[in-house]
Design a protein around this ligand. Structure first.
Ligand code: ARG
Length: 583
């Protein structure tokens, strides 16, 4: 007996085959397989209803005809009809056991999942902060969500390129270089370079606002930089290097490693081709000295132009982003590109994607699939965008240190006797994981409220709750003197008690949760699943003693513990969180 990894898609395939025999497939039948409410079964297929309604047939009769053709599933499932024509599937205990035995490691889970996007290549554009500035809390979301999306895509078989598309080329460098040449504090630069760049930028900005001679001088610095002046380029390079080194400290804490960091400056020499091709294809036109693209079919973009070259001839965000798409298509030859960017840039991306589609069509190129993975704002507990008391952006660095401190208090309250170094090490993981998880656990398109007490807690849909479940399984094995890497599960019998069955069925739904999260590029589906799984585990652990004398029962309970551990750790890993053995 071999039950496939993704049971929902296995059912989908079987239902399609049955509907095909009935001639329903050509008429648009969709199986609509879903995870079911446990009182009805493990999965249900609702497709007969919509189909019967369209065809003016009796849905129950139709569903029965389908069921009559599902004989091949009868070994693994109890199949039943309910209500007006729902088809319910309940996995037989032996089938649950077989699934649990087969998927015994992250590698085997991945082998099961890896069919969905096998052979595809995706580039994920995330984090992408602007240099010469500190990363603030707004950059957290792109980094955290982006990393989870990279891991989900890779897990489903895609080859993933992680690209940090930094903003390293812009008008801010004029004022910054002007101030750098006159007011640099070398000691401050050595100690906290980003603080020093921010100070210099503000200084330059204020001076330029107060004195038009300074403004002109700053603009000249920018022109010199753009024309390749060696001195200005060297300063620019220094600023970028120091910025990237500071960003790296954050990435290290979040476990992020980019494959490439191709910022806006990389595309400097690639924008002319964009202008040329857009103009030659009749897509772009001159308007008040600028080069712009209108989209006549769009309600807003027919009058709101996409400015691809500024009237002073300089490139901008649009030109570099267009050149970036071309480079990703030609150089990386990607099938898809995901842009993990704030929803406030939705118009920019919509115009970008529309323009790229027409441009690629005109030039006979194949456009990669382009996805704006948008996200909402991080709010404070007052429901306003999260800021410091004096209205400044909260720096990511300070935020992560606070998370570690707060987690340290939590860990110390729980285990005051543990050695200080161990409490620190645990708190470092719990603190950062809590912040990451709070960001991932909610639908990314919504705003989310940043609330310390809720996120660093052992209760609720939190990282600590999941990490605690992982640590608990480890302690079961530790206390029984067993090696978690070689669980004694030989001779396990099939799940039998209600708690065992509920836990086992939840484990088999991992595949479905991963697929949902990957297809929609929404990690919160996986979070919800992991939280429910940890809940089932906790119910099971409270109801059924694991280390009992009866060998087949003990083996199957250890099997359930072990597979819970494997799925939780795999899930945490997919989200970009580090698990713990003790907590
Ligand atoms: N640097 C930009 C910002 O901070 C984000 C860049 C996102 N990526 C892109 N290809 N536009 O807003």
């Amino acid at each position: 007996m071999s039950l496939p990894f993704n049971i929902a898609s296995h059912l989908d395939t079987s239902l399609r085959a049955a509907a095909g025999q009935l001639g329903m497939l050509d008429r648009g039948f969709e199986p609509e397989v879903r995870v079911a409410d446990p009182t009805h079964g493990d999965f249900q297929a609702n497709g007969a209803l919509a189909f019967a309604k369209r065809e003016k047939q009796n849905p129950r009769v139709l569903a029965q005809q389908i069921v009559d053709r599902l004989g091949g599933l009868a070994g693994d499932f109890e199949i039943g009809l309910a209500g007006p024509g729902f088809i319910n599937f309940r996995l037989k205990p032996a089938a649950l056991l077989a699934w649990l035995l087969a998927y015994d490691s992250e590698t085997h889970l991945q082998t099961g999942a890896a069919r969905a996007r096998a052979g595809q290549k995706w580039i994920v554009d995330y984090s992408s902060p602007n240099t010469a500035k500190q990363m603030h809390v707004g950059h957290l979301r792109s980094a955290v969500i982006g990393e989870a999306i990279c891991r989900l895509l890779a897990f489903s078989g895609a080859h993933v390129v992680r690209d940090n598309h930094i903003g390293d080329w812009g008008t801010q460098f004029g004022k910054l270089i002007w101030a750098y040449k006159r007011h640099l504090d070398p000691a401050a630069l050595a100690a906290e370079p980003l603080e020093e760049f921010e100070r210099l930028y503000k200084l330059g900005n204020n001076a330029a606002a107060a004195d038009s001679a300074v403004l002109t001088a700053a603009q000249q610095e920018l022109v010199r930089l753009q024309n390749g002046d060696a001195g200005n380029l060297a300063i620019w390079q220094k600023i970028n290097d120091a910025s990237l080194a500071a960003f790296q400290q954050i990435y290290d804490q979040l476990g992020i490693k980019f494959d490439v960091t191709l910022g806006e400056s990389f595309y400097n020499d690639k924008v002319d081709r964009v202008y040329r091709e857009l103009t030659a294809g009749g897509l772009a036109q001159e308007s008040e000295g600028a080069l712009v693209v209108f989209h006549p079919e769009h309600p807003r973009f027919k009058t709101q132009p996409f400015i691809v070259r500024k009237k002073d001839g300089a490139s901008n965000y649009a030109s570099t982003d267009l050149a970036t798409i071309l480079y990703r298509a030609e150089h990386f030859q990607v099938d898809g590109a995901a842009y993990v960017i704030d929803f406030r840039q939705s118009d920019h991306l919509a115009q970008l994607f529309l323009t790229a589609r027409k441009w690629f069509e005109k030039t006979g190129r194949k456009l990669p699939q382009l996805e704006h993975v948008d996200f909402g704002t991080v709010l404070g507990e007052n429901n306003k965008p999260l800021q410091t008391r004096d209205g400044e952006h909260i720096r990511l660095k300070a935020l992560l240190s606070e998370a570690r401190e707060r987690a340290y208090s939590l860990v110390t309250a729980r285990s005051p006797e543990a050695p200080e170094a161990e409490r620190r090490a645990i708190a470092d993981i719990v603190g950062v994981a809590s912040v990451q998880y709070a960001d991932l656990a909610q639908n990314r398109s919504s705003d989310y409220v940043f609330a310390w007490d809720k996120m660093i807690s052992l209760e609720g849909n939190t990282a600590a709750y999941l990490l605690y479940a992982v640590a608990r399984v480890h302690s079961i094995f530790r206390k029984a003197g067993m090696d978690v890497l070689q669980p004694p599960i030989a001779g396990a019998s099939a799940p039998a008690t209600a708690a065992e069955i509920n836990l086992a069925r939840k484990l088999t739904q991992f595949a479905d949760a991963v697929q949902l999260a990957t297809n929609s590029l929404r990690p919160h589906y996986l979070c919800t699943y992991l939280h429910e799984l940890a809940g089932e585990f906790s119910t099971f652990y409270g109801a059924d003693k694991v280390i009992v004398d009866e060998a087949p029962v003990r083996a199957r309970r250890l099997l359930l513990c072990h597979r819970t551990l494997v799925v939780l750790e795999t899930g945490l890993h997919l989200l970009g969180l580090r698990p713990l053995e003790r907590m």
